[in-house]
Design a protein around this ligand. Structure first.
Ligand SMILES: [Ca+2]
Length: 241
């Protein structure tokens, strides 16, 4: 007896804003990740991620939920979520990352956890990127000023990617249902076949990367809801499931 297993398809994943169902939850330093009922995009719960800057702390600032085995080279998939910045979010030039694909490359001797694509806010603008090359010779291609992000309202992100390193990849991003990025015939991941994780949350990477905090808002929160991964746009669109 044989089965036609679709061995390389990304598994379908959906989370309705609950702490249950994730491979892991990452709360660094004074950060928190909580399931809340008072602010939701849809249904009874959403996830509230908070990070707090501490000038005496030298580490990173992740408040993320993570799902393993979301893509590997050769896959094509859709990845989506809804997010909402706190009402009084102080827009600053520093990067606040809200989603990333990442894998552990410690065995290579060239890097440890390396994100391929990330999605972040700088000022009030949305950014994303792809990572090309190899783990030992990485090239980052950034796509900036894709959309204007407002505080205190829910926004939707959907990404479609064909993950390739032979020039046949594509990478698209929709913001609130509007396609704001469409790139074809490019490398969208590095030359490696291991599985990547998908994470959403508040990762205040600018605080760590720059070594200080710009502005005067050390306590920041972002809500997340309706995180989906699948093979169709509707699988990942927070409004369609
Ligand atoms: Ca929900």
């Amino acid at each position: 007896m044989s089965f036609a297993l679709v061995a390389h398809a990304a598994p379908l994943f959906r989370n309705t804003g609950t702490l249950a169902g994730w491979s892991s939850v990452n709360r660094e330093h004074r950060g928190s990740v909580n399931e809340v009922t008072n602010v939701t995009y849809e249904g009874g719960t959403a996830l509230k991620m908070t990070q707090i800057h501490d000038a005496s702390y030298g580490g990173r600032y992740h408040s993320e939920v993570m799902r393993t085995n979301v893509y590997r080279r050769g896959d094509t998939g859709f990845y989506g979520f809804a997010f909402r910045l706190q009402q009084d979010w102080q827009f600053q030039p520093q990067s606040y990352n809200i989603a990333q694909f990442i894998a552990d490359f410690s065995d290579t001797g060239c890097d440890d956890y390396m994100p391929s694509s990330m999605v972040w806010i700088s000022g009030n603008q949305l950014f994303t990127r792809v990572k090309q090359g190899t783990i030992c010779n990485q090239k980052t291609v950034t796509f900036g000023n894709l959309a204007t992000v407002s505080a205190g309202v829910w926004h939707k992100i959907v990404i479609q990617a064909k993950w390739a390193s032979d020039g046949t990849g594509f990478y698209k991003l929709w913001f609130d249902g509007v396609k704001v990025l469409e790139q074809y015939n490019l490398n969208t991941t590095i030359a490696d076949d291991r599985y990547f994780q998908f994470r959403v949350g508040l990762y205040a990477n600018g605080w760590y990367d720059d070594g200080y905090m710009q502005g005067s808002q050390p306590n920041r929160s972002i809500w997340f809801d309706e995180i989906g991964v699948g093979t169709t746009f509707a699988d990942a669109d927070p409004a369609q499931w």
